[in-house]
Design a protein around this ligand. Structure first.
Ligand code: CA
Length: 234
């Protein structure tokens, strides 16, 4: 989760959902919004299939159709993505059920958007810590990439990477053989696509190749898929 964290907001009241999204975006997060429980669930199962679930879910309990509990249950069955739920003040039982189902935190309506941002930040921080604790180094032949130490070694020799180069490499090695377009890499590693020239990715890839490949002009790990993008070949 070293790139811009993404947050799914599921809230059927547009006035609340929009304000929450705005505050989270201002705080530097990437947001995805759904106002319908069934659509949110559908979207989540697609993300799950692509191994790209959001880093945090903000979930209203009272939704028409598929409610927040059902979504929370699904999330807990499929991932450890943190969840903050939104509940109405009068429903104490809601809070207990939500926490019992494995939510990480909650806010009570009406809540201040700034408070929700603070709670989101805290939950994400905890998630990063526990993720880093369990994330092991990935080893491909002579190459070892350790996400906790953010350390790359080749034949036991440390390879000095910039923070961005590391994030880019880490994303690619976590999804071996999956092809990413330059726009996807910008989105996931840089967190923004509007203001950055996709050529930036090309430049970073070239530097990474010079650092980790035997022959940067004939790369065996960081492979170009012509007309599509890049992939990591183990
Ligand atoms: Ca609602």
């Amino acid at each position: 989760m070293s790139f811009t964290p993404s947050i799914l907001i599921v809230e059927d009241e547009p006035s609340i959902g929009e304000v929450v999204a705005l505050y989270l975006q201002k705080a530097g997060y990437h947001t995805i919004s759904h106002t319908n429980g069934a659509q949110a669930l559908q979207w989540l199962s697609e993300q799950q299939r692509d191994a790209s679930l959001p880093d945090l879910i903000i979930l209203d309990i009272m939704l028409p159709g598929v409610d927040g509990y059902e979504i929370l249950r699904w999330v807990r069955d499929h991932s450890d993505t943190p969840v903050i739920f939104i509940t109405a003040r009068r429903e104490e039982a809601e809070r207990i059920i939500g926490l019992d189902l494995g939510a990480d935190d909650y806010v009570i309506k009406p809540f201040s958007p700034q408070e929700l941002v603070s709670r989101s930040r805290a939950v994400l921080r905890r998630a990063i810590r526990s993720e880093n604790k369990t994330e092991k180094a990935i080893v491909f032949g002579e190459l070892s990439i350790d996400p906790t130490l953010r350390l790359v070694t080749r034949n036991g020799q440390e390879v000095l990477l910039t923070s961005r180069e590391f994030d880019l490499l880490w994303l690619l090695v976590q999804h071996p053989r999956q092809v990413f377009s330059r726009e996807q890499l910008l989105d996931k590693v840089w967190g923004i696509t509007e203001y950055i020239d996709p050529g930036t990715v090309t430049v970073h890839l070239r530097r990474l190749r010079e650092k980790i490949e035997h022959n940067a002009s004939e790369p065996t790990h960081l492979v170009t898929v012509w007309g599509v993008g890049y992939k990591f070949e183990p």
